[in-house]
Write a protein that binds this ligand. Sequence first.
Ligand SMILES: Nc1ncnc2c1ncn2[C@@H]1O[C@H](COP(=O)(O)OP(=O)(O)O)[C@@H](O)[C@H]1O
Ligand SMILES: [Mg+2]
Length: 374
Amino acid sequence: MGSVKVEQLTKEFAGVKALNNVNLDIQEGEFFALLGPSGCGKTTTMRCIAGFEQPTSGTILIGDKAVNSIPPNRRNCGMVFQSYALFPHMNVFENVAYSLNIKQLNSSNIISQLGIYGRLLNRKLGKYPKDIEKKVMEILEYVELDQYASRLTSELSGGQQQRVALARALVMEPAVLLMDEPLSNLDQKLRHTMRNTIRRIQQDLGITTIFVTHDQEEAMSMADRVAVMSKGEVMQIGTPTDLYSRPATPFIANFVGTSNILKGAVVETNGFTIVKGEGFVLKSSQQTNKKGVDVIIRPENIKIYKQNQEQSAVANLIEGKILVSTYLGSIVRYDVQVGSYQLTVDTTYSSGESILGEGEKIKMSIEPERVLLI
Ligand SMILES: Nc1ncnc2c1ncn2[C@@H]1O[C@H](COP(=O)(O)OP(=O)(O)O)[C@@H](O)[C@H]1O
Ligand SMILES: [Mg+2]
């Protein structure tokens, strides 16, 4: 049973609140990301779940069982850290076999009677029980490191080291896999490959996974659901598409993808909402009972008006002036001055098209369904 519940979790360090009433309900088999800027409490949440940190108040449940008083090694959680935390003097095989070997020795009566001497003797002889050897080699094959079993981990690349760390966590067959910024030390290309590797393994094994990251793209591309954290609190939990299309606050709108955020006053409501601000009047199909709102518009939802379009058929026509154009391959990003705002507008680009130049005056339109009000 690998579901994880965090109920009203609060953690104080010397009177300072690192976590304030955090609630999470993670389903068995789910890939769940904790996303937020540095210092928002991601690692502390993870360490409380793993048992390395005692909550100031609140309950942690793993598989419906409260684990607050259970030590880390009996919580059935596997951990992978940003720094890999491998044993440098051991080879790949030994690193992965280590915990498994200890576990088996502890549970075997005869060898445990030999105590530390028995373990040392075993290590010296380089002997591992056949079942351990089989299991370790299987998992190494799984993460494509079987060829490297006898290499020292210090002789491996960052990506390979991270796969050893992953194998070491998985070999214990944990109910829950906890990963704290596991890709942060890798270069960008490798990060992309490892994202896919981790996601494939997670889906293959159906293992409940909690993945901590400050990188929104990583969280959005990998997770089934994401909890966005800020200053020790959970701001919103949802699927990546939920968070992107219905951010609960301007902070989330900005943190999850790029957003244009405008301050507006509601001037009319009649099944839809008309909002007026500095240099714009916009119609939104969203209803609100607020007087002042944050208007959120994603860059790709602003269309540049083409001269041959029928003007009366276009909703939310606004005028602006191109400040900067940036060619990004398949899209062109424009910074456009509208009133006192500088809007970001993304347009798809196909080769041969002309790109608007600095100072050009343009008209833009936005569908009322794409004008979000918070
Ligand atoms: N052992 C500790 N002692 C004191 N303060 C801590 C300790 N661990 C974390 N903190 C504080 O708690 C807050 C959250 O930290 P952390 O969970 O590491 O954030 P994140 O992982 O999101 O970067 C930070 O303000 C940090 O300084
Ligand atoms: Mg951290």
